[in-house]
Design a protein around this ligand. Structure first.
Ligand SMILES: Cc1ncc(COP(=O)(O)O)c(C=O)c1O
Length: 379
């Protein structure tokens, strides 16, 4: 059951006097529930994206549930995924699903070499990208790559026709091993089944032109996994198909369709306090440096306070409109916010408070939040 505001407030009460708000609060029971729900739906076809979690404590929950494959975007996430897998004795298979420039690839290869029990796959953005990497990074063994297929999102990757034309040269290149296709259809809405089917057909047609041995097709986040999992071509080819939703582990307002579909629970709230009150408003200490800076302020929700609507935001302030005759929390009072976008919210924190049920059970570092300065140690 979703924790309500009174249960979370009771859990925080013994420590509230020393809690620095805004604070990231994670319910581990909900995390485990959500992981189990996604595993029941997708089984071995789930390769979760760790960009949502960014924390060894949360990645450990995936490993404990038997997840042995994942996707990452940054070198910090790669480092954390490999380090956590090594610590737990799991041979993790990681797809670095972000096109690397040559310096980034060198750094990723050197990090991967320190975790020989794990496997890392890299993304090729286009035939030009393949040529640049081959020229700039001398591979001492074939680089295991996924071809990034642009399915209409027009963000990264090359269209299937471009890859098809380049296949003879890529397949003949001794420096490359094509391990799979990556097609992220993040431009599609949950209900766009026709758009999803067309995108997935495109991937299957291209995959048929590749040697079948060990080929993997990776698609889909939280807004399209359901369509991908029932696509007959993806499920029935001489390849493995996997989906890569990450938000499903924590849930947010934007993932409502997946929450209903899988029976997910909201696992994250941002704890904040009322720092100012005025006519028709209260102001919370959770601005754009605390909560989903990529979404409009009005998209967050106050847990258990109907009639209160976030309206205006600055870096450290969230102004909440209070309708006439509506009860509102008073100065200093705790308010729990449900983020519209959990990934960009988690990324703002270095630590999270962990709950199980109505009890604080510890805290976790968000090791891969924010940005590193250097690709590698100075030599
Ligand atoms: C390449 C890629 N894969 C998978 C995902 C899935 O993430 P989510 O579960 O947050 O939709 C994303 C989200 O941005 C992505 O960019």
């Amino acid at each position: 059951m979703d924790l309500d505001r009174h249960t979370i407030a009771a859990a925080l009460a013994p420590q509230l006097h020393r809690l620095a708000t805004p604070a990231l609060v994670i319910d581990l029971d909900a995390v485990d529930h959500n992981i189990a729900a996604m595993r029941r739906r997708a089984g071995e076809r789930w390769r979760p994206h760790l960009k949502t979690l960014k924390s060894a404590a949360l990645i450990a929950r995936l490993l404990a549930a038997g997840v042995t494959r994942c996707k990452v975007a940054t070198l910090d996430e790669l480092d954390l995924a490999l380090g956590t897998a090594d610590h737990h004795g799991v041979g993790l298979d990681v797809l670095l699903a972000y096109p690397q420039h040559p310096d980034g690839l060198r750094a990723a290869l050197s990090r991967a070499a320190r975790s020989p029990a794990c496997r890392v796959h890299y993304l090729l953005d286009s035939p030009e990208h393949a040529a640049l990497l081959a020229y700039a990074v001398p591979f001492d063994r074939p680089l295991a790559v996924f071809l990034d297929v642009d399915l209409g999102m027009r963000r990264t990757g090359a269209p299937a026709a471009v890859w098809r034309a380049a296949l003879p040269a890529l397949l003949a290149d001794p420096g490359l091993r094509i391990a799979g296709l990556h097609g992220y259809e993040g431009h599609l809405e949950w209900d766009d089944r026709a758009g999803a089917a067309a995108a997935h057909d495109t991937l299957c047609t291209l995959a048929r032109e590749l040697p079948a041995t060990d080929l993997e097709i990776v698609t889909s986040g939280t807004h399209s996994y359901a369509a991908a999992l029932v696509h007959p071509g993806l499920a029935g080819g001489p390849w493995q198909h996997r989906v890569s939703p990450g938000t499903v582990v924590l849930a947010d307002l934007h993932s409502r369709a997946a929450m209903t579909d899988l029976g997910l629970r909201q696992a994250v709230v941002i704890a904040s306090r009322v720092i100012s009150t005025g006519a028709g408003r209260i102001t919370l200490d959770a601005g754009s440096k605390a909560l989903a800076p990529d979404r409009p302020p009005s998209s967050a929700r106050l847990l258990g306070w109907p009639g209160l609507t976030p309206s205006v935001r600055s870096e450290e302030h969230l102004v909440v409109a209070v309708a006439d005759d509506i009860e509102a929390p008073g100065l200093g009072e705790l308010v729990l916010l449900v983020p519209d976008h959990v990934c960009t919210s988690v990324n703002l924190y270095r630590h999270a408070l962990l709950l199980r049920g109505a009890v604080i059970v510890g805290e976790a570092a968000i090791e891969a939040s924010s940005r590193r300065l250097w690709l590698t140690e100075a030599t």
